[in-house]
Write a new protein. Structure first.
Length: 58
């Protein structure tokens, strides 16, 4: 039952993304870039945190 709900939600999200890209591609690109920048910033912060932990252990 849960996998069926997940599958339906995935299809709905993908359909919405496709609709957003088709109807307004410029804004979709801006949102994608902002999301990617957020992921990069989060990864960078996590890497810095781990580096600090490793330095503290040494």
């Amino acid at each position: 039952m849960l996998s069926m709900i997940r599958r339906i939600l995935l299809v709905l999200v993908l359909a919405f993304l496709l609709y957003a890209v088709i109807t307004n591609p410029d804004e979709a690109v801006d949102i994608g870039r902002a999301a990617w920048d957020l992921v990069r910033a989060g990864w960078s912060s996590l890497r810095e945190h781990i580096d600090q932990l490793v330095a503290a252990v040494r």
